[in-house]
Design a protein around this ligand. Sequence first.
Ligand code: PLP
Length: 426
Amino acid sequence: TAATTPLAERSPEELQAYLEEQREAYAALCERGLTLDLTRGKPSSAQLDLSDRLLSLPDGITDADGVDVRNYGGLTGLRELREMFAELLWVDPDQLVAGGSSSLTMMHDVLVQHLLHGGLDSPRPWKDEEKVTFVCPVPGYDRHFTMLASYGIEMVSVPMLADGPDVAAVEAIVRDDPSVKGMWVVPTYANPAGSVVTQEVASRLASMPAAASDFRIFWDNAYALHHLTADEAKSADILSLASAAGHPHRPIMFASTSKITYAGAGVAFLAASRENIAAYLGHQQFASIGPDKVNHLRHIQFFGSAQGVRDHMARHREILAPKFAAVDAALTAELDGLGIAEWTRPAGGYFVSLDVPDGCAARVVALAKAAGIALTPAGASFPHGQDPRDRNIRLAPSFPQLAEVETAMAGVATCVALAAAEQLTA
Ligand code: PLP
């Protein structure tokens, strides 16, 4: 039997021998006493270093319009920064707000505003609905789901496919159920599947009939500019598509520089219809006198232009691409052809999504933990942390050094092989 014969095609004796091999490999792994962490999609310190000129900016205290950035005011954010990112996100500057340092906070604010006040075309505040439901593509971003859970919002899962959410499934749910008020979409290099929403899927999401008049797409473009290859995906222009389809207020787009400059200390953006922007700011005016414009000016000067942002992203890519290649290489070396694992080879973003045999993900994570390799808990990418098939594992290779990624991933591959062999011989 060749080393790449699928495990399912091997005889019981061969499987037993494979299991013994993996037990030995795993024992050797444990003896190394590793402490490695592939849990969170954080930039590495080498990536953060790329932005350290920020620490000596801004130069001066006024922006191009003569605004003294040290003082209150300007709820929409500095004009030049909005123009720069409007170009990068393919929206009009007057449809874009530059806010504080977290886009997640902006998503939360928009959600809470809809709960308390309703949106432009809501019959009543969402809190007064018997039930509010969101469509959640899975695997997805854990914080999207925990945010909804914290407000008692129901979640209905749809599969995330290579071209975006399973749009036929979404259409059916949204058309029939008036409690469905929204959905999450990470359109570019999704967390964790790496998929990119195609023009066709975006156009169907923008135009599909919805039972709820105030159905919203939370279009979280956190990885819009985070390419890992020269083939730079352009995000679909959801605002124009929705507007052309007669649903101008449906999408609300979010982005930030958390993984461009500093995580949690960059600038966050919100883009939507002019009316949605006015509604958002209408509520926001009671919460803030204006954003941190010193940080806005710092970012304007640091980047210089939209092209400056693209050039900066190319330097991130140089650091990140080898780590993603190392993930693929380690999984391929150990698991290719065995029929026990499938993983993504993303062209951007921060994650690799690994599927192991049904019922094995929690076991793989536990084996890795005992060997000193921290993985995101199995199920984390699903509503309520429950992966119904217990098969998905989110890998985040950005933070550790390249050599650590190589070591950790070889270890993960061993854990997958052992868990699968255990299951097949049980
Ligand atoms: N959205 C997605 C899809 C993310 O993966 C993350 C961070 O991991 C965020 C938002 C957080 O964004 P921010 O730092 O702007 O709050």
